[in-house]
Design a protein around this ligand. Structure first.
Ligand SMILES: NC(=O)c1ccc[n+]([C@@H]2O[C@H](COP(=O)([O-])OP(=O)(O)OC[C@H]3O[C@@H](n4cnc5c(N)ncnc54)[C@H](OP(=O)(O)O)[C@@H]3O)[C@@H](O)[C@H]2O)c1
Length: 278
């Protein structure tokens, strides 16, 4: 099976490439430098010459605050870029797994978001990723995930460890809820969906909702620091250009109903990643 992975230089793409490192798979790993999503000719020629059986499309412009200031760039990469990937897939018969986000929802629901809930993004990033979802042909797959952390790349875990080295105390938002998702676990689950060519929308995250403050305390504890150095603050105390969803919790219902076991509760993969990066 030949698997083309976009965004191989990113945190999820890196672990997807690792997960497919078996003799029975041939991996074509594309990066921003090797295949710019916004260049239709480059995407079509790369996909057509690779003739993949499956495309896992993990590349995106993920800088949520920067997206607010440059919607055209956000839509060029996340929507038109995905249109280009979908067109390449159509020409080669490849099955597509498009990686999407909790930001397609507004975050106002009282309870976990189901795959069948109506998206209503409140940010340019979320709207551009939803536009990308709409470029995916039916019969292919969309995987929405949240609060992504991997050993490779920048993420919340690394930010908290950096702050622990730089500051005595700091505040972390305690009124936004979500489920952390670790790329090593996500990659294995995405591989199962991709190899099985399962169609439809799937929510995938590690299990157990928390707040950013709760997550930060656990990161400090796991790295041997005193979590009391962090204090809980509110969203209003920490203004940012792109409004963050208050509720990002994704019910992994479609995954569960397909007969798969839930991903680990998030403390276990957190301990693994802390060990790997410290
Ligand atoms: N991070 C999260 O918390 C989160 C949450 C939910 C969903 N997701 C989704 O999960 C997927 C993977 O996220 P991630 O955290 O692994 O992101 P990431 O580390 O930012 O990786 C994304 C990759 O896409 C590449 N890229 C950006 N613009 C491109 C372009 N025009 N052409 C080709 N490649 C381009 C980036 O390359 P450069 O860095 O060189 O530009 C980067 O290597 C994304 O689809 C994202 O929307 C992420």
């Amino acid at each position: 099976m030949r698997v083309l992975i976009t965004g191989a230089g990113g945190q999820l793409g890196h672990d997807l490439v690792d997960t497919f490192a078996e003799v029975r798979y041939e991996v074509v790993a594309t990066t921003h430098a090797s295949m710019d999503l916004t260049d239709r000719d480059a995407v079509l020629s790369t996909v057509v010459s690779a003739e993949p059986d499956v495309i896992i499309h993990a590349a995106a412009w993920t800088a949520v605050d920067a997206c607010e200031a440059d919607p055209d760039r956000a839509f060029a990469v996340n929507a038109v870029g995905t249109r280009n990937v979908a067109e390449g897939a159509r020409r080669t018969g490849a099955h597509v797994v498009y990686i999407s986000t909790d930001y397609v929802f507004g975050g106002t629901k009282d309870g976990p978001y189901r795959e069948w809930d109506e998206p209503a993004p409140h940010t340019v990033y979320g709207a551009s990723k939803l536009a990308g979802e709409r470029e995916i042909d039916s019969g292919h797959a969309i995987v929405r995930t949240s609060w992504v952390c991997g050993a490779n790349g920048n993420n919340f875990v690394k930010t908290m460890l950096r702050l622990a080295a730089e500051r005595d105390t700091w505040g972390v938002v305690d009124d936004q809820r979500g489920c952390p998702s670790f790329t090593a676990d996500l990659a294995v689950a995405i591989k199962r969906l991709a190899v099985g060519r399962l169609p439809g929308v799937f929510h995938l995250s590690n299990q157990g909702p928390t707040t950013w403050y709760g997550f930060a305390c656990a990161i400090l504890e796991a790295a041997g620091h005193d979590p009391q150095r962090i204090s809980p603050i509110t969203t209003a105390d920490y203004p940012v250009p792109a409004p963050r969803p208050a509720n990002s919790v994704l019910d992994n219902g479609a995954w569960r109903l397909a007969g798969f076991e839930a991903l680990d509760e998030w403390h276990a993969p957190l301990a693994r990643i802390i060990k790997e990066i410290t």
